[in-house]
Each structure stands twice: as structure tokens, then as C-alpha cells.
Write a protein that binds this ligand. Sequence first.
Ligand code: ACO
Length: 329
Amino acid sequence: MTQEVKRLRSVVTGVGSALPRRCVTNRELEGQVDTSDEWIVQRTGITQRYIAGEGETTSSLGAAAARAAMAKAGCAPEDIDLIICATSTPDLTFPSVATMIQAELGVLGGVAFDVQAVCAGFVFAVATADKFLTSGSHKRALIIGAETFSRIMDWQDRTTCVLFGDGAGALVLEAREGEGTNADRGVLSSKLRSDGRYKSKLYVDGGPSTTQTAGHLRMEGKEVFRFAVGHVTDVMTDAFSEAGLTVEDLDWFVPHQANQRIIDASAQKLGIAPAKVVKTVQWHGNTSAASIPLALSVACEDGRIKPGDLVMIEAIGGGFAWGAALIRW
Ligand code: ACO
């Protein structure tokens, strides 16, 4: 008699997103810094981004995205026992954005905390939640990526300010029993990496313990580009291998939306067909930890990602920190 090995899986039951009211086109930026729509489109693929206005914060955008995801999942505040928010642009140094969202949503039980892995934050948050849910300690999690990078931009620096935008996205992940095979719905594998030697390539030049200010983003764009394309495929290959799947099995590749050229080069390196790549960088710019859940939300809303599809999420950001997760939707 063969023994059945059931195991808990973290299954996606809802996706939601939120954007600031104000959309800023490349043309509008031409009036603020020495740049052009042509340069931005050719180098990055970005045509517009959303910028938070008065009253719009990381927690308000995150709460709106979380509400939308909970509505899709059909769950109430009392059903949530874990909230993880990935962000590098918190409303305040503390408390965490996750606890602010917890209060805003009226979630009274469970635990809420932030993870900070810059643009890779959402992948880190999904991997972390998966450990909680598959251990059996928690039942239903809200995973949020929310950012207001416009507030740490040096708006005089044309090499960075044209690249970023604000927004938020969220998933509801629920612990469900699976069969223990890679046909199960849920997170099938995740791989995270970091290497702190690269701090100077992408960082913020301020913080409570040094300047007592929030600081501004500084980046050596070419170095980041080189590292991203060079290293990020490693975690994806490892995630496929752990799940016993290959790139041939993939339905959708949903990478961090930093730059169209990084996305295209990474997909090409792995042999992923362009038609399987979800791209939203043209509409949102780089929204750091929010970019993947925003892209997931778009591709679920327009009917591309369906239950049962195999989805790879992947990101690299400051640290450097990078990771990938393979999810059966
Ligand atoms: N408008 C017009 N010209 C500009 C702008 C601008 N906004 N920014 C830079 N330039 C100029 C430069 O000054 C330079 O001029 P020069 O030749 O007279 O000196 C010229 O354009 C070329 O600049 P490069 O930096 O060499 O341009 P490059 O082709 O490398 O593109 C870019 C820059 C888009 C930042 C690219 O390096 C890149 O995509 N890097 C990846 C960085 C990234 O996406 N980071 C996101 C955060 S990390 C993450 O999410 C993974």
C-alpha cells in the first residue's frame, strides 16, 4: 500500500492593487529635468508612472490594494492572521506599515510586520509567508508590496527620477492541503539570495541612524543592469529544479518591473518566449516591491493568469537582494 504524503500549500485566493490618482507622463517630466520621452522609452520602456499626492501614503495605497485582494478572495478581516508588507518607503520609521494596514483594515488578531529587501521585497514576503503557512502556524495571509519611491527621489537627478513610480499590490495566500506534487496549487518553491558587498551600487543616502533624514536614492545604473541580468537567472533555475519543473512548463513569467531591457534580457537568457512575459513597466515605472503584485493584478484582471497556470515571480534590488518563487495559480 503506498502511503499518501499530503502537505500544506500556500494557495493564492485573491489579488488586488491600487495606484495614486495622479499619472505623470514622460512629456510632463521633460518640463522638470533635462530628459526626453524618446530617451526614457528607448532606455527603459517606461511611458508614464503614478505619483502619490497629498493624503496618499505607502500605508493608504497598501490598505487599498489589500482590501481589493480580500474582496476577490471573499474573506473578512477576522479571516486574516498574518500580514506581511514589503516596503522600503514606510510612512514612518516605525511602527511597521503592516501594522498600520492591520489597524486600517480592522484585523484584530494575528501578526503583522514589514520585510525590507527593496525591489526584491515582494518575493521575500511571499517566501516568508509560505514558511508560516506551510508550517501550519497560520491560516490566511495578506502579502502586500507598497511603495512611495517618489518621496525618496532626488528630483534634480535625471538618471534616477524618471525611472520610479508609486503604487501597491496585494495577494491573499491561504494554507490548503495539497497532494505533495508539483500539480498542487500554491507556492511550489522559492529561492532567496543576498550579497551585501554591493551596497554602493544602489542605496539611499540617509536614514535615522546616520543623517536623521529619509535620504535620496542613488544608483549606478549600468552596474545594476549588469548584475541583474547576470545573476537573477540563478535563483530561477534553482526554483525550477526544486519543484521538479522546467522552463518549458511555465505559463507566465512575472518579473520585477524595473526596466524593459532587463526583463527582455532575463527572459531571453532563460529561453522564455516573449508572449509569456507579463510587462507593466510601461504604465507603472519601477514601483520597487509593489511592481510584481501590480503586474500580477493586471494579468489576472485581463484574464491571462488563470487557476492552474504555472507562474514565476522574480526580482532583484538593493543590497543586492534577489529571489524567485514558482507558484501554481
Ligand atoms: N534623460 C536623458 N539623458 C539621460 C538621462 C535622462 N533621464 N539619464 C541619463 N542620461 C544620459 C547620461 O547622462 C549619459 O549621457 P552622456 O553620454 O552624455 O554622459 C547618457 O544618457 C547615457 O547614460 P547611461 O547611464 O550610460 O545610460 P544607460 O544606457 O546605461 O541607461 C539606465 C541608464 C536606464 C539607468 C540603465 O543603466 C538601466 O536600466 N539600469 C538598470 C537600473 C535599474 O533599472 N534600476 C532600477 C532599480 S534596481 C532594480 O529595480 C533592479
